[in-house]
Design a protein around this ligand. Sequence first.
Ligand SMILES: Cc1ncc(C[n+]2csc(CCOP(=O)(O)OP(=O)(O)O)c2C)c(N)n1
Length: 307
Amino acid sequence: MMEIRFFEEKVEELYLMKGLITGPAHLYFGEEAVAVGVASALKEGDLIISNHRGHGHALAKDIPMKEVMAELFGKATGTCKGLGGSMHVAISPERGSLFASAIVGSGIPIAVGVALAFKYEKSDRVIAVFFGDGAVNTGAFHEAVNMAAIWNLPVILVCENNMYAIGMKAEKAVALKNLAERALGYGIPGVIVDGNNPIAVWLATKEVVEKARKGCGPTFLECKTYRLKGHGIYDQARYRLRDEVEAWLKKDPIINFKKNLIGLNVLSESDVKAIEEEIKSELEEAVAFAQNSPILPFEELKNYVYA
Ligand SMILES: Cc1ncc(C[n+]2csc(CCOP(=O)(O)OP(=O)(O)O)c2C)c(N)n1
């Protein structure tokens, strides 16, 4: 989680202060426990599908930080050879992260298709797809979840309810108290979990993943969390009330988890310092790698144009 947080702080600095990263970028500040909790509950061979807010998904899925950074710099050494940028950074099928797109909700039918393939193959693999509260209002969500339900497919629908779709508050867009209630309409379980607690996310994911593996079908997992920054890196999010932001800052997943681990004597203050130092030096290396990497030669660029 600390790796994701420090990464995002660095991206913010490189983007806003140094202008070294350009294009759209959506930070994952505050939502780290969801990606980490879900990714650590999956086994080798399981897959994830990310979305436009994918830096955290990529790092949680162990895509090397330097490849993630290089993609943000638009370099040939990035996960998409620098052709995708921030919104496609979590595409690395060999590390189990299959797809990421800027089209809200678009990963859900793809995940359902992959889950159908798993079922045909009689494999025990599962796929988890990350999407926001805004995505539950897309047609893609409704059609795909219905199919996942009738065919009893091994897909975990991870809804990162960070309370906003750009500036639209989820409670103004959906007439339900909990988005997980949507699952009932499709005949599948809806589970609500504290998305700021990595252990809670891990436990809940483990349980629903094991069910899916055994052929018990999909689950809608609503992780209640908060986007501590604006929608995109450029958005100062002035539409949020100060009280709301302050209340969520108190629920910061990293500060609280660190406090808990120290309180339980799992980690000491100096262990935490050592972890922080390690991440900072990895980050410096990742930035240097990205800066020194080449861009894709024009001749190769043409290989990726399908028209
Ligand atoms: C199909 C579609 N509709 C609208 C948009 C414009 N858009 C980009 S991000 C976004 C909000 C997404 O909110 P949510 O799904 O809650 O994810 P979050 O950004 O909060 O992680 C919208 C509406 C889009 N990219 N795709």
